[in-house]
Design a protein around this ligand. Structure first.
Ligand SMILES: Nc1nc2c(ncn2[C@@H]2O[C@H](COP(=O)(O)OP(=O)(O)OP(=O)(O)O)[C@@H](O)[C@H]2O)c(=O)[nH]1
Length: 487
């Protein structure tokens, strides 16, 4: 929350530029539902730079209008009063702020970087609206442009103190936390206070602050606030398309706020690409070097797709794996064994299965506790994973029992690997504390399809054979490998 001291700094800051008279007038008109079109045209026409920009905007492909506006009145009749006011506000608000020079020789504020990001955010926010076929695209653009105005405000009212906090992180959400810790308020709240001071229409100012919160179920959907929240991440990604963290953050925000998947995001990026040169031209600022833009973005779209595929794979993996050890779960094992067995019978391929059971594991739990038992299980699994191939499937078959499927591997080749696994489990020296080290051994039963194909009618037969070999290994004294044979 903004305390009195911060509010006083905001109210009495000599370096915070006052709004140009035209901006004050436009805000007044934007807040007045009965604003007179004649008055709007008159005020905008008083500012030749603003008028020229507004006309150029009205005639850009952004508005897909078949009529050409040659004066402000025509622009109003083509675009409507609200749109003209919001566009005029976008330009008049930024015109004086964009030129601001901050006090202090050592001030590290990157004015160009700030406005590049703000303009990219405005472009992103409008593109999201276009994809969602919303009819308040200009509000989205304006709100995108000023939603981070609180960062600039912090820099203006306390450049040195803020510089340290700003330098502490490059992550937007961490910055908010650090600001709240240092100043009691984040740039979302300070920006809101400034927008209120300037009498910016409430629906814009509120969306700017609310887009900094986490999405609540009632707020999810194609709202101004949701588009703004995603636009920040989209802008960061658009400006730094090779940064994997930014790709991940964008995917997450787009999913959380709008339920967008990667393909929809790629469409939005295409809309941004189309509008890019127009917006760069209107704000006289380069977001991307034009010779690079196509290459960068094409590659970036690919990265976005790869990221979402790997995320889907991660999710799939989570449902297939045992949480404690990372080995596959029983369901995955059953499916894989069935598939491999069918392949082996159909094409007469080798297939070996092993069941690995830790010896006297109960004693480990009883002596050192379950937590130590759990981490020993995870260590055993890692030891096995380190030695098997990607095509092999290791799964947790029971509590301290693991099953291994070795497709394409005859018994003769599997034998060496399995003995090596037994030895490397026995070699684990798990350090429990400074005075005790835990050792464990394993008994392993092995069954191979290729060598005894006539005995195995389905996958279950193979696993039963491995199980009976394991039983024999336990009875023969443990810490050994026994291969199933028909006699
Ligand atoms: N810490 C821990 N222990 C587990 C887990 N799952 C099973 N166990 C323990 O593993 C032990 C298995 O005991 P038993 O079936 O008697 O077998 P054992 O002590 O390994 O003896 P043998 O198999 O006959 O060599 C039990 O104490 C289980 O509580 C687990 O996820 N974590």
């Amino acid at each position: 929350m903004i305390d009195d001291a911060l509010k006083r700094r905001l109210d009495f800051c000599a370096t915070l530029p006052s709004l140009p008279a035209i901006a004050v007038k436009i805000i007044e008109m934007a807040n007045d539902p009965d604003a007179d079109i004649g008055a709007i045209c008159k005020y905008i026409s008083l500012d030749p730079v603003l008028s020229a920009k507004l006309l150029r905007t009205a005639n850009t492909p952004l508005y897909k209008s078949r009529r050409v506006a040659t004066n402000i009145r025509q622009a109003v009749s083509i675009l409507g009063t609200h749109t003209v006011l919001v566009i005029a506000l976008s330009f008049s608000l930024t015109s004086s702020l964009i030129k601001i020079a901050l006090p202090g020789q050592n001030c590290a504020f990157d004015n160009n970087g700030f406005w590049r990001r703000s303009i990219a955010t405005a472009l992103a926010s409008r593109a999201l609206g276009e994809k969602l076929e919303l009819n308040f695209l200009d509000d989205l653009f304006l709100a995108g442009l000023i939603q981070e105005i609180g960062i600039l405000t912090f820099w203006i009212i306390m450049p040195e103190e803020y510089g340290k906090v700003f330098a502490s992180t490059t992550d937007h959400d961490t910055l908010l936390i650090n600001e709240r810790e240092a100043f009691g308020a984040g740039h979302d709240e300070l920006g809101y206070a400034l927008l209120k001071k300037w009498h910016i229409p409430d629906y814009i100012a509120l969306s700017c602050i609310n887009s900094h919160s986490q999405p609540e179920p009632k707020n999810i959907g194609p709202t101004l606030q949701a588009c703004l929240a995603v636009s920040r991440y989209l802008a960061d990604y658009f400006l730094y398309p090779h940064d994997a963290e930014k790709i991940a953050a964008l995917n997450q925000a787009a999913q959380n706020w709008l339920g967008f998947d990667t393909n929809v995001l790629i469409d939005v990026i295409k809309i941004m690409e189309v509008g890019l040169s127009t917006v760069e031209d209107l704000f006289e600022m380069t977001l991307h070097n034009s010779s690079e833009v196509n290459g960068i973005l094409a590659e970036a779209k690919e990265l976005l797709l790869i990221h979402s595929l790997s995320r889907a794979k991660d999710l799939e993996d989570k449902t297939q794996r045992d949480g404690l050890t990372g080995a596959y779960n029983r369901t995955y094992f059953d499916e894989t064994l069935r598939r491999e067995f069918n392949l082996a019978t159909q094409y007469n391929l080798p297939l070996t299965v092993a069941i690995i059971d830790l010896d006297h594991f109960k004693r480990v739990n009883d002596t050192y506790g379950h937590v130590a038992g759990d981490s020993l299980l995870a260590t055993v699994v890692k030891t096995i994973f380190d030695q098997i191939r990607q095509d092999d499937t290791l799964s947790r078959y029971g509590g301290e029992e693991f099953a291994l499927i070795l497709p394409g591997t005859p018994l003769s080749a599997a034998r060496n690997l399995i003995v090596r696994l037994k030895d490397s489990i026995a070699a684990i020296a798990y350090k429990f504390d400074s005075s005790s080290t835990i050792h464990i051994t394993a008994s392993i039963g092995v069954a191979s399809f290729y060598e005894n194909a006539a005995f195995f009618h389905d996958a279950k037969d193979l696993i039963k054979a491995a199980d009976s070999a394991l039983y024999a290994a336990k009875h023969a004294g443990r810490n050994q490998v026994i291969e199933w044979s028909p006699d």
